[in-house]
Design a binder for this molecule. Structure first.
Ligand code: NAP
Length: 233
């Protein structure tokens, strides 16, 4: 794959901005996106997140290549595209992003199909015999979907050293070359991950997404999002 310069992020929330910030520090051009470019986001006790347009203008003022746009503008912009949307809305968001804008591109899917409609704790909107990753691959057959990073919190995705000691991240997908790019360039070279485990085809997204109930339980117990799995044998 030729050198990637432009990153398109479908979504404008905490994960989109965290990944976007990291990509900007690497000198890449980034477009994050939303259906509402001007509203900031209330994170409850964690404060507020800037709107997509505020995020872009703050970084542009610092001389970085940051842009805000619609879901379809971001998907068109990216040579590699990230799905950073709420899992229950991901297929709708990616449909709005446009199948043609995703065709032949690596689509890193880090979303979790958490359904908060019945309150806390959330349930999985899809599980056991299907997964969000598979649904996305089935809806967008020409996209090169790689499930990755959904098992750690946003900060840890781009800075694994936030968790001490050796710990593991996973990839799953049908396209071997796409998984290699995600493993070697995105995860190892750009984000600093050392222990990257290929779980196989996109059906392994079931297991990666079904880890979430345990992640949420551990978060409650540890009172920090900075933890991860260490695979030992
Ligand atoms: N937060 C973390 O640390 C973390 C860690 C691992 C994985 N994840 C996963 O990463 C994803 C993003 O998480 P987040 O916390 O950044 O964001 P979020 O607040 O859950 O949602 C981010 C984006 O989803 C879009 N969205 C929500 N419902 C939609 C719908 N029905 N149709 C179209 N778009 C919709 C929103 O669009 P608008 O801007 O237009 O409202 C927003 O841009 C989630 O799937 C989450 O489970 C999060």
């Amino acid at each position: 794959m030729s050198e990637v310069q432009n990153i398109g992020i479908v979504g404008g929330g905490q994960v989109a901005q965290t990944i976007g910030n990291k990509m900007l520090t690497l000198g890449l051009a980034v477009m994050i996106s939303s259906r509402d470019l001007d509203s900031d986001r209330d994170l409850g006790p964690r404060g507020k997140l800037p709107s997509v347009n505020q995020w872009a203008s703050q970084h542009t003022a610092a001389g970085l290549k940051a842009f805000g746009g619609s879901f379809s503008q971001a998907a068109e912009f990216g040579e590699v595209v990230f799905n950073c949307t709420a899992g229950v809305g991901s297929v709708d968001a990616l449909t709005a992003a446009g199948e043609h804008n995703l065709a032949d591109k690596i689509l890193v899917d880090l979303a979790n199909p958490l359904d908060f409609s019945q309150g806390m704790p959330p349930t999985l909107a899809v599980c056991n015999t299907d997964s969000l990753g598979e649904r996305i691959q089935a809806h967008f057959p020409q996209a090169r979907v790689v499930k990755a990073l959904n098992t750690v919190s946003a900060g840890v995705m781009v800075d694994p050293k936030l968790v001490t000691g050796a710990h593991d991240i996973f990839v799953a997908g049908n396209d071997v070359e796409a998984k290699e790019w995600v493993s070697h360039i995105l995860l190892r070279e750009w984000f600093g991950w050392e222990r990257i485990n290929d779980l196989g085809d996109i059906t392994a997204a079931r297991a990666l997404e079904m880890y979430l109930p345990l992640w949420l339980q551990l978060f409650q117990m540890l009172q920090t999002p900075y933890f991860n799995i260490q695979v030992v044998r």
